[in-house]
Design a binder for this molecule. Structure first.
Ligand code: ZN
Length: 182
């Protein structure tokens, strides 16, 4: 290899490796954002919420913590609704709402109706509004009439926004009908 070619080859390697590193870093960051939240959950036992550190079996209730790591993201989020650190259930409820998780409707209704912390109840109510299935609407209707002020007004807001969405959908339907017939 001539010195010129050698240099070109080296700079090619240099840039290729630089690009690869940027790619790896970006990919790792994105992956981190997704996993960071559920990773933080494994410091507590998902069955009894005893603090466990990095062991494989919960010293308090004997639950297999490795089985927990095999569960789906959605299942972990549902379990996180019972997490003792108040910010965790609030984040979990918000994400479950955005995912429109049907699996979460039952647990969210329980939290909305019975959690001791009105901020956690409020986040569950908002998530139910985002999911918006029949069961969620039934519960929101009930919660808009009784319970803590924060919970009632969150339920009212959720119902109002669901109604607005329904009306918009209806309008779109009749618009489509007109266009088809005309
Ligand atoms: Zn446990």
């Amino acid at each position: 290899m001539t010195p010129g070619r050698h240099l070109a080859f080296r700079s090619f390697l240099f840039f290729w490796w630089g690009g690869l590193r940027v790619f790896i870093r970006r990919f790792a960051k994105c992956d981190d954002a997704v996993e960071q939240f559920t990773m933080s959950l494994t410091y507590f036992c998902p069955s009894c919420w005893h603090e466990v550190g990095s062991v494989n079996t919960c010293p308090n209730c004997g639950a297999d913590l490795r089985a927990f790591s095999g569960r789906s993201y959605e299942e972990k989020l549902v379990l996180a609704l019972r997490h003792p650190e108040p910010t965790v259930p609030i984040r979990a409820a918000t994400i479950l709402g955005k995912l429109k998780s049907e699996k979460a409707v039952g647990p969210l209704i329980e939290i909305a109706a019975s959690a001791k912390d009105p901020y956690i109840q409020e986040s569950a109510v908002e998530a139910l509004g985002d999911i918006g299935d029949d069961q969620a609407i039934f519960c929101l209707d009930h919660l808009s009439r009784e319970g803590a002020v924060r919970v009632r007004s969150a339920a009212e807001r959720a119902l109002k926004s669901l109604k607005a969405q329904q009306n918009a959908a209806k309008e779109q339907d009749s618009e489509n009908m007109k266009r088809r017939n005309g």
